[in-house]
Design a protein around this ligand. Sequence first.
Ligand SMILES: [Zn+2]
Length: 72
Amino acid sequence: MDDRQVQVGDLVRLRKRHPCGGDTWQVTRVGSDIRLRCTICGRYILLRRAVLRRRLKEVRSGKAAPPGRSVD
Ligand SMILES: [Zn+2]
């Protein structure tokens, strides 16, 4: 899984579950660190890109953005 595809608004699933039981997170900020909000309990976590890349299981686009469009 390539974390360069991750954009603000996307939903991502991680290998490691949050203590609340959720494994789906919404991307709220993309930079050198990625900020995620748990979709179950609403808590925020901050992950470094390298960490996110290892934990990433699935990325679902939160927006109906046309493929190939890059947002930086
Ligand atoms: Zn949670």
